[in-house]
Ligand binder design. Structure first.
Ligand SMILES: N[C@H](CCC[C@H](N)C(=O)O)C(=O)O
Length: 274
């Protein structure tokens, strides 16, 4: 049976979005990985499904799957895209996204620009999670990264120069480091000033992406924890810029940036291996 999809992106971090609110499709991890493949499938960094919400304050239940078929509790860039979609569907600027990491409040700031409240970062070692008890501000591995969860695990390395480390060289081994029992997204940040940083992220399950929303949130939180930047910071990534605020009053992280729909299409799930 043919299935419709939306191709969307946030700063070039791209998604295939499938609406399952009225009909479920047999989308196994293997099928999602095949559909995410840029040569034999539609191609995307993450595959996103929409289902009916069952949580208070949520308009839709969103699940995020990486290109390798693994599921993540959070995806900042895709959250902005789905919020944009639901805001246009409902005619409301304020929408709620139910995710595995909780219900996220989102606001359509202006057409194509969305602010998502990504919730409160989890700083404890067991929350990230890490393999054993330790200070998450200074992990005992070369490069002295900091770690935090935005609903998904992130380690942030602070570099002396923007391209001091190639994420494609250092990223794969770090993603699978034994310190990260659920693997991790690996951010490589260069702080340029008290309110600006450059960031590239080797993403768990997807590799180097042009932008990483939850990674930008994690990098700003970790930088603030280390006293490197102020509470609001712009994060420049290969695909463009996000504005991140770690709000002092309630500890929530706000992420503001673009959401874009590229095209629509159809595919037949039965054409892909189960
Ligand atoms: N690779 C991530 C999910 C996507 C995150 C990223 N695309 C974002 O915008 O936050 C993980 O496995 O936790």
């Amino acid at each position: 049976m043919m299935t419709g999809f939306l191709k969307m992106h946030g700063l070039g971090n791209d998604f295939v979005v499938v609406d399952e609110r009225t009909h479920r499709h047999d989308l196994t991890p293997a099928r999602i990985a095949a559909l995410s493949d840029r040569h034999t499938g539609i191609g995307c960094d993450q595959f996103v499904t929409l289902r009916p919400a069952c949580a208070e304050g949520a308009d839709v239940f969103v699940r995020f799957f990486n290109a390798d078929g693994s599921e993540s509790g959070a995806c900042g860039n895709a959250s902005r895209c789905v919020a944009d979609l639901v805001a246009r569907e409902t005619g409301r600027a304020q929408v709620g996204l139910q995710t595995r990491a909780g219900v996220l409040a989102a606001t359509l700031v202006r057409p194509g620009v969305v602010r998502v409240d990504m919730g409160v970062p989890a700083q404890g070692w067991a929350d990230v999670p890490l393999a054993k008890a330790m200070d998450t501000l200074h992990l005992p591995i070369p490069g002295d990264p900091a770690a935090v969860s935005m609903g998904n695990p992130h380690a942030t390395f602070f570099l002396s120069a923007p391209d001091a480390v190639d994420p494609c060289v250092a990223g794969p081994e770090l993603e699978h480091h034994p310190l990260f029992p659920e693997r991790a997204n690996i951010g490589f940040a260069h702080v340029m000033g008290r309110d600006a940083m450059r960031l590239r992220v080797w993403e768990r399950g997807s590799g180097l992406t042009r932008a990483c929303g939850s990674g930008a949130c994690a990098a700003v939180v970790n930088a603030i924890r280390r006293g490197l930047v102020e509470r609001t910071c712009t994060v420049q990534m290969d695909g463009g810029e996000l504005t991140i605020t770690w709000r002092e009053s309630d500890g929530h992280v706000l992420m503001t940036g673009p959401a874009t729909t590229s095209f629509t299409g159809t595919f037949n799930p039965e054409d892909y291996p189960r």
